[in-house]
Each structure stands twice: as C-alpha cells, then as structure tokens.
Design a protein around this ligand. Structure first.
Ligand code: NDP
Ligand code: MG
Ligand code: MG
Length: 340
C-alpha cells in the first residue's frame, strides 16, 4: 500500500529560515510563490523582466532576475517551461548553485532525460502538484490543496525527503495528500497521463464526437453542448464520487449506453496504442523529438496549434461561451491569476 503523507505527518519547520527562490512566475510559479508566502515562508521570485516580473511585484512578492534570486536562495525551485530550463539553468542558475543548496523541480523531465546534470554537492528533489497551477492557487485559497508527488534524486544533506515534504505542505498539497515517487516514475506517468488521457485523449475524444454529430447533419451548437460543454459537468461528478458517483447521477439509459458503447470507442486496439505511447515516452523517443522540435523553432507545434484554433468546435464554442457570462467571468479571473 502506498504511503500517503498529510499535514499532521510533516514538520514544515525545516523550511523556516531558508530562502526559497521560485524561478518562473507562470502557471505553477505564481501558485507556489503565493502559497508558500501565505504559509509564512521566505520567498523570492526569479524571472526575466516583462509580464511575469511585473505580475510578481503586483502580487506583493520580491522579484529579482533569475541569477540574483538563485544566488540569494537556499532552495531553488525551477518553474520555467520544460523546454527552456536547460538554457536558463546553465546560464543563470548553475553558477549560483553552491554546495548545500537544494535544486527542485515540479516535473522530472530535464533531470530524467539528462538535459540538466546537477552538481554532486546539492540536494535534488521534485514536488509535482497533480493539477494545473491556477488550481494549485485557487484550491489553496479555498482551504484545500491539490495532491502532489515528491521524489528525491540526490540527498546530500540527509534531509532532502523532509524538506520536500515541508515544501509540499507549504504549497498546500499535504491537505490533499502527498506520495513518494521517483524521477523516472513521475516523468513517465505525467507525460503518459497528459498525452493519452487528460489532454490528448480527451481533446481527441471530444473532437471526434463533435465531428461525428456535425457530419451527420446535426446542429454544431448542439454538438458543442453535447460533447465539450457537458464534459466538465460529467468530469466534476467523477472527481467528486468516482465513476460510480457519476453513474449514480445519470439516467439508467445513459449508464447502459456507457456500458455497451464505451468499450466500442476505447477498445483493445486503443489500449495497444496507449502502450505504444508509453513505450515512446519510456525510451526517450518522445523527449528527443520534442527537444528537436524546439531547436527547429517549433514548425509543427505552431502549425498544429493554429489548425486546432481554427477548428469549428472552437468557433462555435467562443460564440456560445460569450453568452454564458458566468463561465466568462471565471475564465477572466483565471487569466488574471495565471499570467502566462
Ligand atoms: P509556464 O509556461 O506557465 O511559466 C513560464 C514562466 O517562466 C513564466 O513566468 C515565464 O516568464 C518564465 N520564463 C520563460 N522563459 C524564461 C526565460 N528565458 N528566463 C526567465 N523566465 C522565463 O510554465 P508552467 O508553470 O506550465 O511549467 C513550469 C514547470 O511546472 C514545468 O516543469 C512543468 O512541467 C511543471 N508543471 C506544470 C503544470 C501546470 O499546471 N502547467 C502542472 C505540473 C507541473 P515570461 O512571462 O517572461 O515569459
Ligand atoms: Mg501533470
Ligand atoms: Mg506535465
């Protein structure tokens, strides 16, 4: 049975008197910095001049360059986009990473795939919330916490595990539950989850359903509500009560349709392709191609992003959401909070 850690299991005193640099003030960065500060810790934000820098100051945080923040801090948490971390690390963080400091990540990508090679005399660990950054902040403010994983890669001080847990508690994650993993397990499962299920799997499923209805002559607006809008309502029920909780709320007709048709959509072939995706992540093939795509200036990424934005489901959705101010208000406050 996996050991779960909660607030009462963790002594956050280990973080007292230590300066924590949050490098990057985007989705995760703003949430970690603000939650740690509200938990009473000494936080400094390290980010380049621009929108994030200004936002950190506006939020009442001390903001410095990446280099200055790294020099001042005992604990350096890298919350830059994964594909930029190597470059910024080598130029501005590594020189400041002196003996006894801690280097921290929210995703194991760069360490696991060998892009960043930390020096031997620092602690290295990760604390990875299992949720988008703006929810890490929003849930914390509401008194809850987004569960997180932690993993120790290098323990020089003998305290890396306890400091990682204290950090997880500081961002509110120990209110939801924290569990120990390895850099390999976190990296592989995070990439697999976002590709096969959460982001890739879900968007492809919704789009295929939308297209099927529209191609059969049904109204696009109706198809949008049926496939995209209602996904959130169903997912909320699953989040609250698992699949059984969701099935309790739907009609028996819907539940019977779920049982007989779900396995026709996602069948053994789909699962075989999921295994292929997992293999490509484990072997490093996915990471290599993503790093190359960035080195080439992201030609495929940009082309696909544009084509996706032009999809009919997005056009229809924009119009419909503009008539639902309660959703728009949520999105606006989210944008303000998330910045990047
Ligand atoms: P974002 O893209 O949201 O944030 C990027 C931040 O880095 C911005 O503040 C940006 O500032 C800054 N930045 C970018 N380039 C540079 C640079 N060259 N020098 C200085 N600052 C720079 O990142 P995420 O929060 O999405 O991801 C951060 C880490 O967290 C990643 O490792 C990711 O895998 C992990 N993670 C992310 C999750 C999420 O919810 N998004 C979930 C769990 C883990 P500027 O405004 O100047 O561009
Ligand atoms: Mg994730
Ligand atoms: Mg991820």
């Amino acid at each position: 049975m996996t050991k779960m850690y909660y607030n009462q299991d963790i002594n956050e005193g280990l973080l007292q008197g230590k300066k924590i640099a949050i490098i990057g003030y985007g989705s995760q960065g703003h949430a970690h910095a603000r939650n740690l500060k509200d938990s009473g810790f000494d936080v400094v934000v390290g980010v380049r001049a621009g929108k994030s820098f200004d936002q950190a100051k506006a939020d009442g945080l001390e903001a410095l360059s990446v280099k200055e923040a790294s020099e001042k801090a005992d604990i350096i948490m890298i919350l830059l986009p994964d594909e930029r971390q190597k470059q910024v690390y080598e130029a501005e963080i590594e020189p400041a990473l002196t003996k006894g400091k801690s280097l921290v990540f929210a995703h194991g990508f760069n360490v696991h795939f060998g892009e960043i090679k930390p020096p031997a005399d620092v602690d290295v660990f990760l604390v990875a919330p299992k949720g988008p950054g703006h929810l890490v902040r929003r849930t914390f403010e509401a008194g809850g916490g987004v569960p997180a994983l932690f993993a120790v890669y290098q323990d020089v001080s003998g305290q890396a595990k306890d400091v990682a847990l204290a950090y997880a508690k500081g961002i509110g994650s120990a209110r939801g539950g924290v569990l120990e993993t390895t850099f390999e397990e976190e990296t592989v499962t995070d990439l697999f989850g976002e590709q096969a299920v959460l982001c890739g799997g879900l968007t492809s499923l919704v789009k295929a359903g939308f297209e099927t209805l529209v191609e059969a002559g049904y109204q696009p607006e109706l198809a949008y509500f049926e496939t995209l809008h209602e996904t959130k309502l169903i997912v909320d029920l699953m989040y609250e009560g698992g699949m059984a909780g969701m099935r309790y709320s739907i009609s028996d007709t819907a539940e019977w349709g779920d049982f007989v048709s779900g396995p026709r959509v996602v069948d053994a072939d789909t699962k075989a392709r999921m295994k292929d995706i997992l293999t490509d992540i484990q072997s490093g093939k996915f990471a290599k191609e993503w790093i190359e795509e960035n080195e080439n200036g992201r030609p495929k990424f940009n082309a696909i992003e544009k084509a996706e934005a032009d999809h009919q489901i997005e056009q229809v959705g924009q119009k419909l959401r503009s008539m639902m101010p309660f959703i728009n208000e949520g999105a606006k406050s989210k944008e303000e909070e998330v910045v990047a």
